[in-house]
Every structure is written in C-alpha cells, then in structure tokens.
Write a protein that binds this ligand. Structure first.
Ligand code: DHB
Ligand code: MG
Length: 224
C-alpha cells in the first residue's frame, strides 16, 4: 500500500501519468508555450490537465461563445477554442499589447485564429464594452486576482442562466485559507470565493489541484 501522504514526487508522477495517458502531446500547444517563454512571459499558463479540463467543460456545456479574462500566451485560449463549433468564438481580454501580439501568433499557428478575438485593455475597461452582445456560455477568469469580484460581476451580467464560470488559482499553495497573508492577490481570490458563496446569481464549488503548476485550485460555478 502506498503512503497516503502526497509527497511532491508522488503527486508529480501522478500528474505526468494523467497528462501522458489522457492529454498527450500537441505540437501547436507546445509551440505556444515555447513562444510565450521565449518572449519572456511568465510560465503561469494552466497545466495541460487543466487545459483539457477547460476544453471538456466547454464541450459538456455545449458552449458556442466563451469569454476569457487573462489571455497570456493563449494556451488556455487554444484549448477553449478547439472545443467550439466552427461558428463559435472565444473573446479573450489581455491587458498588455506585447503579450496580446504573442497570443495572436499562437492562436493563428494553432489554426483557431478565426475563432479567437483578442481584446487589448484592462478587464475592467473592456468588459463594459461587451454589454448588450450575445451572452457567453462559459467564462474563464484567470487575470489579476485583485479584480476577481469585478470579473465575476461581469461574468454574471454577460452570461445567461446556465453559463459556466471557472476561476483559476483559488488555492495558491494553501494560502487562501490563511487569514493573515496580507497579500492583495490572496485577498482578491478570497473575496471572489466569498462572492461565489453569497451572491444569489451563482451556485459554486472549488477543487484543489496538484498538477504541473503545483498546489492550487479551480472554482467552478453556474449562473442561476
Ligand atoms: C499567477 C497567476 C496565474 O494565473 C497562475 O495560473 C499562476 C500564477 C501569478 O500571478 O503568480
Ligand atoms: Mg492562472
């Protein structure tokens, strides 16, 4: 019987096993990550198992329109775009123009460029411009954590009953449950989770994850 304590070697081996067995290698996704790193952008894209999770959620939801807040190198964007029908669209918001340019090359190389619209600007400025458009079926929030409550509010406004909302990075190596971090990002994550628990527009849960990104977590909600 194996030791029930998840040592780093043990959970990293499990993550590799899951990724090798269920996700596999994809040259376009690997090229996107390589271009992101070559451009000096941080290696904070979602883990491969998490990218596939987002992709499956979009398919399970039958999503046609996806909103992503925080594009980075478009790794998750590509996973989400591949889940959509040919006339579907990912609208993804990136604050930094230089990062958006790398993301554009990455989605084009991956063959999903026609299904991805990259809007450059801060989420809080860009999101109001989307009001009145066709509602989104899935919203993925993965940007500056301090703004998570703003992003959740817009997710509720821009979605419809049944829209799936996913928030990345909700465990942050356990720091989310430490009341005394004094870290603005952790406070933002916590405020977002409390909103998901209290705001009647959402029904939510969260799962801890141990994967290529370490110990973190993902919140998932449905708009009522
Ligand atoms: C950070 C941000 C992310 O979205 C992530 O997935 C991991 C880390 C960060 O800002 O440190
Ligand atoms: Mg993230």
């Amino acid at each position: 019987m194996t030791d029930p304590t998840p040592t780093p070697q043990a959970w990293q081996a499990v993550d590799r096993y899951f990724a090798d067995t269920l996700v596999g290698h994809d040259p376009d996704l690997a090229a996107a990550v390589a271009a992101q790193h070559a451009a000096g952008m941080p290696a904070i894209e979602v883990a491969p198992v998490n990218g596939k999770f987002l992709h499956l959620l979009a398919r399970i939801a039958g999503a046609r329109r996806v909103l992503e807040i925080g594009t980075l190198g478009a790794f998750s964007t590509i996973w989400l775009a591949r889940a959509l029908p040919a006339d579907g669209e990912v609208v993804t918001i990136e604050a930094e123009p230089a990062i958006a340019a790398v993301a554009r090359e990455n989605v084009d190389r991956a063959g999903v460029g026609d299904r991805v619209q990259i809007l450059v600007g801060r989420g809080a400025d860009v999101l109001p411009t989307l009001a009145g458009g066709t509602p989104f079926d899935l919203v993925f929030i993965d940007a500056d954590k301090e703004s998570n409550t703003i992003y959740l509010d817009w997710a509720a406004r821009l979605g419809h009953p049944g829209t799936v909302v996913v928030v990345d990075n909700v465990a942050r190596s356990g720091r989310v449950a430490d009341p005394a971090t004094g870290d603005a990002q952790i406070e933002g994550v916590r405020a977002g989770l409390e909103m998901l628990g209290d705001d009647p527009r959402f029904d939510a849960t969260a799962l801890q994850t141990l994967d290529a990104k370490g110990w973190d977590g993902v919140a998932i909600a449905i708009i009522r």
